[in-house]
Design a protein around this ligand. Structure first.
Ligand SMILES: Nc1ncnc2c1ncn2[C@@H]1O[C@H](COP(=O)(O)OP(=O)(O)O)[C@@H](O)[C@H]1O
Ligand SMILES: [Mg+2]
Length: 271
């Protein structure tokens, strides 16, 4: 018997004017697994994460996390329930230390807003010690504790990605959403990042990630959700997805992405 889903979305959708960026998506994320969301550029992958994390308010459908309806919650309320995310591009405060960057990034996300965080100076000071400890623990989880005092701008591209992950981990989430974690990385860095993601999941975290690199997705994901023009066209294991006619059509039909599923077929041979 498969475990009950951690996250369930039902008929989820959002429209921007006439554009259905995400449309009628029903999908699940199971605990202890890595779920990948794939699809051509503009398919609605980042928007899907923006909906789950409360950055966008859906125009239809429902989001349930641990059985609770979180559809109408705001970002900091979603974070408090145990969902954290990274962004496709993470703003790193280059002059600040890695540790300070994680502390600030975390505070900005967990309060109602930056202004709020800035105004509550008394409370901020009281929270400072706890915040520092939480940030340090998060840096340990991503292997950056020894770099905590270095300026964030001195880290490699991969190191900065790890800082972004640490910012998300500082809220101690159950579910971590990663938006294109391997973007801009060389193959070596990609392998190292995959190992980190596996480690985090082995430690009890559930991960959902958006990714373009098929080799990464096929080698890492337990379950794959495929979006195309905002709609779900398939969800299944890497093996099932690489053989799915609708998926092959969506990829081979697009110009920029032709051939990517071809590579993935080999990667899925073990499934
Ligand atoms: N805030 C927004 N306002 C208007 N259109 C948006 C907004 N966010 C995303 N979109 C549109 O929604 C579609 C899906 O975008 P996105 O989710 O970023 O795609 P992906 O991450 O799969 O490449 C695109 O056509 C994009 O232009
Ligand atoms: Mg995107």
């Amino acid at each position: 018997m498969p475990e009950a889903p951690l996250l369930e979305v039902q008929d989820l959708g959002i429209r921007f004017g006439g554009l259905h960026a995400v449309r009628d998506v029903t999908a699940t994320v199971r605990p202890g697994q890595i779920t990948a969301i794939i699809g051509p550029n503009g398919a609605g992958k980042s928007t899907f994460f923006n909906l789950i994390s409360g950055f966008y308010r859906p125009t239809s459908g429902q989001i349930r996390f641990l059985g609770e309806d979180i559809t109408r919650l705001r970002t900091h309320e979603v974070v408090a329930r145990g969902i954290a995310r990274t962004f496709q591009t993470t703003t790193i405060y280059r002059e600040l230390s890695v540790l300070e960057g994680v502390m600030i990034g975390h505070r900005v996300r967990t309060r109602a807003g930056l202004l709020d965080a800035l105004l509550r100076t008394g409370r901020e000071r009281r929270d400072e010690a706890a915040s520092r400890e939480g940030a340090m623990r998060a840096l340990e989880r991503v292997g950056l504790a020894p770099q905590a005092r270095r300026p964030a701008g001195a880290l490699t591209q991969e190191g900065q990605k790890r800082v972004g992950i640490a910012m998300a981990l500082a809220s101690d989430p159950r579910l971590l959403l990663l938006d294109e974690p391997a973007a801009g990385m060389n193959p070596e860095e990609t392998v190292s990042l995959m190992a980190l993601i596996r480690e985090l999941v082995a430690g009890g975290l559930t991960v959902a990630l958006v990714e373009h690199k098929m080799s990464l997705v096929m080698g890492l994901a337990d379950e794959i959700l495929v979006l195309h023009h905002g709609q779900k066209i398939a969800q299944g294991t890497p093996g099932q997805i690489s053989r799915d006619p609708a998926v092959v059509e969506a990829y081979l039909g697009g110009h920029a992405h032709g051939g990517q599923m071809g590579q993935s077929g080999e990667g899925a041979a073990h499934a």
